[in-house]
Design a protein. Structure first.
Length: 376
């Protein structure tokens, strides 16, 4: 018997007790995956045994389970045909992914100039083109007053991206009143795929004009994915914000009076504590290293935080950036609510015992006006 397997067998409960404990009486002994997993859970503090078990488990990965061999020959032949079909399917799926990637790249290039012009109009670097003939002119009623209003109008579209973020419930939840003052200086948001053949995921770019809160002109957030097609997050990275003195929105300063007779008697004591802020988005949760152990409850909390962080990034990438003006005007809010109502209706399809004349909860016969931008 192999020395390593012999040591593993001796570690099994009951193997060294009673008659028949001699290893030589069972030369064909094999440690099952279940037994190895059980021992691994009991190997705390025994580094040698733990390493041996992990090596044994690694050797079991991919080994035949004996299930297929136990099937009748006709059934095995049918399974082999299904495996051939699966290979053809996988080949087609690979082609689909390549074509989809090429199509995404094509339209990303077509969207680019539109986003660039949008950013220029929002910031005021470019003026909106004049109205075409038939859409109103100098000779029409109100044209003179409109011209005078144009002279007094602010540059670009003030607080455009703040309105966009505040009109989406996922991003709005993260914005405090103090954050709003900083986000008034946000002039554009873009996204791009991560560079590098072996890198999967995307990066968000937040562009700011000069402001009294931080030095950075661009804040970024990168999501590194395990698989491009499945939303499995490996880790996220964010820009370190260079806050100006006394302007850090992610901490709050606490003051308290010192104890009488203390060294700092007469002086107020101050300390800083983390606080809620949209800008915590750029400090994503840290994934513990291999040597760090988390309790089950801590692991669940970390997973929830990571999922919420990814959801927010995905909303910005997939909803807000492509349809920013609809979120600014509030039209997208109504559409988003309608989608949610449709989902609720689908969930309630099995409940057909509603009273006559009553519609699904939350729906009325009259449409509601889209919410206005939540200005500060």
């Amino acid at each position: 018997m192999d020395k390593g397997v012999e040591d593993l067998k001796n570690a099994l409960p009951g193997q060294n007790e009673g008659e028949g404990a001699d290893d030589n009486e069972d030369p064909d002994f094999e440690l099952s995956k279940e037994q190895a997993m059980e021992l691994l859970g009991q190997a705390g503090g025994q580094e040698g045994l733990a390493a041996m078990l992990q090596g044994h488990l690694a050797g079991l990965i991919g080994s035949p389970s004996g299930f297929l061999e136990s099937l009748p020959k006709p059934v095995r032949r049918r399974v082999e045909v299904l495996k051939d079909l699966q290979e053809k399917h996988d080949s087609l799926e690979d082609e689909y992914r390549k074509e989809k990637a090429a199509l995404d790249a094509k339209y990303s290039a077509l969207y680019g100039p539109l986003y660039t012009q949008r950013a220029a109009i929002v910031s005021g670097a470019e003026e909106a083109p004049p109205k075409e003939e038939g859409e109103g002119g100098e000779g029409e009623p109100g044209a003179e007053a409109e011209q005078k209003g144009d002279e007094d109008a602010p540059k670009g579209i003030p607080e455009f991206w703040l309105c966009v973020l505040r009109n989406n419930e996922v991003t709005e939840e993260q914005i405090t009143e103090k954050d709003s003052e900083a986000l008034k200086h946000l002039v554009d948001i873009t996204w791009e795929p991560l560079e590098g053949e072996d890198k999967k995921g995307f990066k968000l770019n937040f562009f700011f004009e000069e402001n009294p809160f931080f030095e950075n002109e661009i804040l970024t957030k990168s999501y590194h994915m395990v698989d491009e097609d499945d939303p499995i997050l490996e880790h996220a990275e964010g820009t370190e914000i260079k806050w100006k003195p006394g302007k850090n929105l992610t901490v709050k300063t606490m003051k308290k009076k010192p104890k009488r007779g203390g060294k700092s008697s007469g002086k107020m004591l101050t300390k800083t504590e983390p606080c809620e802020s949209f800008f915590n988005f750029f400090s994503p949760p840290k994934i513990p290293g291999d040597g760090d152990e988390l309790e089950e409850e801590e692991m669940e909390q970390l997973q929830e935080v990571m999922e919420a962080d990814y959801d927010m990034g995905a909303v910005i990438k997939e909803k807000l950036i492509p349809h920013a003006v609809s979120w600014f005007t509030g039209e997208a809010v109504q559409l988003d609510d309608d989608d949610d109502d449709d989902d609720e209706d689908d969930d309630d399809d099995d409940d057909d015992d509603e009273k006559d004349g009553e519609g699904p909860e939350g729906l009325t016969d009259t449409g509601e006006k889209p919410p206005e931008c939540k200005q500060q």
